[in-house]
Design a protein around this ligand. Structure first.
Ligand code: GUN
Length: 292
């Protein structure tokens, strides 16, 4: 069994980006600049956005954190997005999800200039992804593809079972794994909360990608010997034995499943750090594309 070390691979990618940025600076070119918009005080979201901003400094990017109160109106948020769309200093930006209930997420995502949409959530970019056109691939699925690629895991003709149909992970990774190429060329089954006898699918899977958000959902009896297991779950489970008061728990019963798996991602240290590295990669792409 091989552990897919997302922490190490994400550091490799960050080192590669750092070199490119150093070269840009040496050439007197503009430095990539990412902005992150966060609305409200959700603890997990604040942590994720903080990590994204810190990662920018690590590779030599500029970054701007736009923190807005929970009470902001939709109109005020759309005005802020318009400002970022038109700011030549900002190469790419993200709006951290979820947004408060009184804000229409679809309207917000539609307002982002597709050229600056480094999350790849705008319908124009999502459509391009489905049609194999140049786009921004959403960071989490992009990170999974990059892990599979860098560990040289053969996905061609394999049966990939995705658990979860979210717009951020399940839906896009199901499209990417079925596309032509390596990684890709998989036969994909997309399962979700309404799937009958979900285990009957996972038991026959060569690759399982779980993006459900239910701790320890995938148990050893649900996977076949030698399967590749990608765990996208990052649920905070209360635990008074640790100072933070919670532990980050994946969708996979790691101890038992790792005994059957050929490759497996740990939580934390698997897909999570890859997401941040690929957001940086997309920001670099946004900068490079705006020059050409
Ligand atoms: N919330 C959970 N994952 C993501 C992500 O990748 N991007 C944004 N903007 N919000 C998220």
């Amino acid at each position: 069994m091989t552990i897919l070390d997302g922490k190490k691979i994400s550091n490799d990618i960050k080192d590669e980006i750092t070199e490119v940025v150093a070269q840009m600076k040496a050439n007197g070119e503009k430095t990539p600049h990412l902005a992150a918009v966060i609305v409200g005080e959700d603890g997990a979201s604040l942590t994720y956005v903080g990590s994204k901003v810190r990662a920018c400094a690590r590779v030599g990017f500029e970054s701007t954190l736009v923190q807005l109160p929970e009470t902001i109106t939709q109109q005020q948020l759309l005005a802020k997005i318009d400002e970022l769309n038109n700011d030549p200093e900002i190469d790419g930006f993200i709006v951290q999800l979820p947004l408060p209930k009184h804000i229409d997420t679809q309207k917000v995502l539609l307002a982002v200039d597709p050229k600056k949409d480094v999350d790849g959530f705008h319908p124009e970019n999502f459509g391009k992804l489905a049609l194999d056109m140049e786009t921004f691939i959403p960071a989490t699925p992009y990170g999974i593809m990059e892990l599979l690629r860098r560990y040289d895991i053969n996905t061609s003709g394999k049966h990939t079972v995705v658990i979860g149909r979210s717009h951020i992970v399940g839906r896009p990774i199901s499209i990417l794994m079925s596309r032509k190429g390596q990684p890709g060329d998989s036969t994909v089954t997309l399962t979700h909360s309404r799937t009958n006898d979900l285990a009957s699918f996972t038991k026959n899977a060569d690759i399982v990608i779980s993006a459900l958000g239910v701790p320890n959902f995938l148990t050893a009896d649900m996977v076949k010997q030698g399967a590749v297991i990608i765990d996208v779950g990052i649920t905070r489970v209360p635990d008074n034995a640790v100072t933070k008061g919670y532990v980050i728990t994946g969708d996979v019963d790691y101890q038992a499943v790792s005994e059957k798996a050929s490759f497996i991602t740990p939580v934390p240290g698997g897909v999570g750090p890859m997401t941040i590295a690929m957001l940086l990669q997309n920001t670099l792409l946004a900068r490079q594309r705006s020059v050409h």
